[in-house]
Design a protein around this ligand. Structure first.
Ligand SMILES: [Zn+2]
Ligand SMILES: [Zn+2]
Length: 211
């Protein structure tokens, strides 16, 4: 049986306080407003994840300390598809020392990105996204937006040394490294977001036709 989710993008906190939850809620709500203004999105785009769903993510992350974010995302998606017939896009905020944060670091271990992020200039690390699952462990509004945009298929606009890539045509693009401005995206990423929103709009709330 297909489960109908409240919105295409769900969000929640894992092991964080109520005030952190409020901060995430207001960031996601302003993100939805932005999608309405900038991309003409109508209807609901984001909603708070039910606690059973964040529990699934917690359980998946606690399976083994050796897992990468991709491993956790795989377990999460499999579990959701088995129980609900669909998997929503989910953004979770956690503490910097949570298993999810460790798994996110593991995901990029040994890569050029990890070498760069291990440098002083790159600290603190903020969050990561893999497929259907985004994790934020430095809870700031622009970080939430950056990872939420990844969920909607936006790509990073920086190379392994943190420099902007040549395709990025907006110096304030939110997908560049260290950009804290919120409302700017370069044209390649705007196109990606438009395409994703069209797909989500066509298949309707809850991804029901996709899986
Ligand atoms: Zn990114
Ligand atoms: Zn860009």
């Amino acid at each position: 049986m297909l489960h109908r989710f409240e919105a295409p993008v769900l969000y929640g906190v894992v092991g964080l306080s109520t005030s952190d939850g409020k901060c995430l809620e207001s960031s996601m709500s302003s993100f939805e407003d932005y999608m309405r203004c900038a991309y003409g999105w109508t209807g609901t785009l984001v909603a708070r994840a039910p606690s059973w769903l964040t529990d699934v993510i917690e359980t998946a992350s606690a399976h083994s300390a050796e897992m990468t974010l991709g491993d956790i995302e795989g377990r999460f998606c499999t579990s959701l598809v088995q129980s609900c017939g669909a998997c929503p896009l989910v953004l979770v905020a956690c503490k910097p020392d949570h298993l999810l944060e460790r798994a996110a670091r593991k995901e990029f271990e040994g890569t050029e990105r990890a070498k760069f992020e291990g440098t002083e200039r790159a600290k603190p690390e903020w969050g990561a996204t893999k497929g259907y699952l985004a994790v934020v462990y430095h809870l700031r509004e622009y970080v939430v937006w950056h990872e939420a945009l990844h969920l909607l298929d936006a790509e990073d606009c920086y190379d392994e040394t943190g420099r902007a890539v040549s395709e990025c045509d907006d110096p304030d693009c939110l997908m560049r490294f260290g950009t804290t401005k919120k409302t700017c995206l370069c044209s390649p990423n705007r196109k990606r977001i438009e395409k994703t929103l069209r797909c989500i709009g066509n298949r309707g709330l809850g991804n029901e036709e996709e899986f």
